[in-house]
Design a protein around this ligand. Structure first.
Ligand code: NAI
Length: 701
């Protein structure tokens, strides 16, 4: 194996370089290499100063998470970083790209820090349910003060070089050639005769680290990492940095860090991290699969979704043509896009210039002929099969033969839409989520005839617009909406009839970690929308009552949610805060009585379990039908598209934690009590028989 860490001499500067593509993630071979090379450099008679850098596109972007499920192999982080810090010769680190987690912690153990002006640094460990446990919780507060350290760690988002210089992480920012600049900086350190400067020996500045500040910090953490323990563990680790000498603080850090590493939260977050990396592994596709060039896009329908989708392409410099039926709708759509960008500018996240460039890339037309030369067309008109088929037949005759025709349908049969064209192999579903410029998930719906080239192009495109693209097969609602409707919300409706209230269900699911519960969500999206989906798909007619009976009642009373001032809740003018409405309980009671269902109080635990098991059972059916390729894909869909709390790992992850036998027993119990719609998925029965998990089944098949 090639050593990932090398040593070379530039005059009297010993340059140690980590080279481990793609992101120089620190693992055992790198730690061992650093130990060896630092010892070499320290002993080397010709070396006056040591410069640590990384090759490739970035400085070390973190620790190698694959090591986290086992005790960390020797040499450990503390040992190696200790050798670096205790070097009698000055150690300078030069960072480029993103120096994150253990990467930045390595830099904190160096004596002087410089970085390229484009570099970003951060300690995002909390997003993985852990603390900066390689010295970061003890060194960073010493370097920048306790207050700035806690802010950086809890904010998760890395800071740029300018900010890092300002707060004192960096001593110098390099403009121009990076390596030359790094060497030149090392020379200035030598020229000044500056010796080692150990971070661990610095006095910690606790200015501003008051109880009030901590209370605010906890509030931020409750937003960024609601339900997680990691932020509190960081606060604990920093309190040790303040109170104890470094050698003792580092022991406390290790104790807290080791416990965090194996916590449920950290394991679940690692599962999602790895599951996201797996999604690109798609049967039939390889790196060599040919792709279409997509350099221009047309979007049909400039409504809620069309405008948001357009922004994704303009943001990466791809010109977009928005098409709508009237000038009026078009103006409305373009106006909404403009407003959206303006808000980002107001929040300081986009410059006026960039906004102008992006807006200039978006044009509008009411003439379909204008899209004849576009590489990709995404249809985002009303959710209506006849309309979509008519439009696909029309664009098939207008668009150039190799154009990809995509639909943003959220539930409809992509194969049927494809059959309306003479190029079904060029038809694919690209299911974005609302707001489409913000939400990370895109379900890429692979029709029976979708070609490998079109699929590969879609996967690539999702990456280009920085989305998480999960491939799904064709069925009603694909992965996400099918599980939401058939598994989760159907059961939530049933539980209303049995005695729960909308606010109880919403509270339970909020406390579980969702940003909002099902009923607040329907009020936000429009209760009429779900009503027409259930009606038009034929699902309401196909399922025996009480399939969504409460939602039907609420919708048919014209209570469409926020937009009409009432739905499952009532709303005050200009306020989106749901206010419980006793008359909704009246509607539910009335419906329950008609159906002969006796309403009784329900425990929170039962609500949580039934919502989750509904999701899991439908997810199991989706896996057995091959609609999703892996249980992890389902978890990614739920955490990136539906607000499923990441620190819980996703519905299928939870299923595997419970175990197939226990789960089957529970679902059979529900079937006995509530009816055959709770029939366990055959896959679950098979797994329970063999004592297997979903992951084991998936890895074997
Ligand atoms: P919308 O009602 O906001 O916008 C639809 C737009 O299409 C309108 O501007 C309308 O004038 C235009 N339109 C209608 N017929 C047209 C035609 N023949 N040619 C060109 N434009 C036409 O609808 P929304 O919410 O944007 O939904 C669009 C599609 O996206 C639907 O299929 C929906 O199921 C799907 N979707 C919606 C999500 C949401 O949260 N709103 C989420 C994911 C998918």
């Amino acid at each position: 194996m090639i050593d990932p860490v090398s040593f070379s001499l530039t005059d009297d500067i010993g340059v140690i370089t980590i080279d481990s593509p793609p992101v120089n993630a620190i693992n055992q071979p790198i730690r061992a290499g650093l130990k060896r090379m630092f010892e070499t450099a320290i002993d080397h008679a010709d070396v006056s100063a040591i410069l640590l850098t990384c090759a490739g596109r970035t400085f070390a972007a973190g620790a190698d998470l694959r090591e986290f499920d086992e005790p960390i192999a020797d040499p450990g982080y503390h040992e190696v970083f200790g050798i670096m810090e205790n070097s009698p010769k000055p150690v300078i680190v030069a960072m480029h790209g993103t120096a994150l987690g253990a990467g930045l912690e390595a830099a904190l153990a160096c004596h002087y820090r410089c970085a390229a002006d484009s570099a970003r640094v951060g300690l995002p460990e909390v997003s993985l349910g852990i603390i900066p446990g390689a010295g970061g919780s003890q060194r960073l507060p010493r370097l920048v003060g306790a207050k700035a350290a806690l802010e950086l760690i809890l904010n998760i988002t890395p800071v740029d070089a300018v900010q890092a210089l300002k707060i004192g992480i960096l001593d110098h920012v390099i403009d121009g050639d990076f390596i030359e600049g790094a060497i030149a900086y090392a020379r200035t350190i030598l020229a000044k005769g500056a010796g080692p400067r150990k971070t661990s020996e610095m006095r910690i500045n606790t200015e501003g680290y008051t109880n009030e500040f901590l209370a605010e910090a906890r509030k931020t953490a409750a937003k960024k990492a609601r339900g997680q323990d990691a932020p509190e563990l960081v606060i604990e680790a920093i309190s040790h940095a303040i109170k104890l000498p470094f050698e003792e603080g580092i022991i406390e850090e290790r104790r807290i860090g080791d416990e965090a590493l194996v916590s449920e939260e950290a394991r679940a977050l690692r599962h999602i991290f790895f599951a996201e990396r797996e999604i690109g592994n798609i049967p039939g596709l390889s790196k060599n699969t040919a792709k279409h060039l997509v350099e221009s896009v047309a979007i049909l329908g400039s409504g809620t979704m069309g405008g948001g989708i357009a922004m994704n392409f303009a943001n990466i410099g791809v010109p977009v043509t928005l098409v709508d039926i009237s000038e009026e709708s078009l103006e409305k759509g373009l106006g909404a896009v403009q407003k959206n960008y303006e808000n980002t500018v107001k929040r300081g996240r986009l410059s006026e210039d960039k906004m102008a460039t992006r807006m200039a890339l978006i044009s509008g037309t009411t003439n379909y002929q204008d899209i004849e030369d576009k590489d990709l067309v995404i249809e985002a008109v009303f959710e209506n099969m006849d309309l979509k088929k008519k439009i696909f037949a029309e664009i098939d005759s207008i668009c150039k033969p190799d154009a990809i025709l995509a639909t943003n349908t959220s539930t409809l049969d992509v194969n049927e839409i494809a059959r309306a064209t003479r190029r079904p192999e060029k038809v694919v579903g690209l299911h974005f989520f609302s707001p489409a410029n913000v939400m990370k998930l895109v379900e890429i719906v692979r029709g029976d005839r979708t070609s490998l080239e079109v699929l590969a192009t879609s996967v690539d495109l999702a990456k280009r617009i920085r989305k998480t693209g999960v491939v799904a097969g064709v069925c009603f609602g694909f992965i996400g909406n099918r599980m939401m409707i058939e598994g989760f919300h159907r059961e939530a409706d049933q539980m209303l009839l049995e005695g729960a209230t909308p606010e109880q269900i919403d509270r339970v699911m909020y406390e579980f970690g969702f940003p909002m519960g099902p009923w607040a969500m329907h009020d936000m999206a429009g209760v009429d929308i779900m009503h027409s989906i259930l009606q038009d798909s034929g699902l309401k007619d196909a399922n025996p009552a009480p399939y969504f009976n409460v939602l039907y009642q609420v919708a048919e009373m014209g209570r469409y949610g926020q937009k009409t001032g009432s739905g499952f809740y009532i709303y005050e003018e200009g306020n989106r805060k749901p206010i419980p409405d006793p008359s909704v309980i009246g509607i539910i009671e009335n419906e329950a009585e008609k159906l002969g269902i006796k309403r009784e109080p329900m425990t929170d635990a039962e609500i949580e379990e039934r919502c989750l098991f509904g999701l899991i059972n439908e997810g199991a059916k989706i896996l057995e039908e091959g609609i999703a390729y892996r249980p992890g894909d389902i978890d990614v869909v739920w955490s990136f598209g539906y607000g499923f709390p990441r620190f819980r790992g996703g519905p299928m992850y939870i299923a595997d934690q419970i175990g197939s036998k226990a789960l089957l027993a529970k679902i059979r119990g529900l079937q006995e009590r509530h009816g055959d719609y709770w029939k366990p998925a055959s896959l679950l029965e098979e797994l329970a028989k063999n004592g297997k998990t979903f992951v084991e089944w998936s890895s074997a098949s």
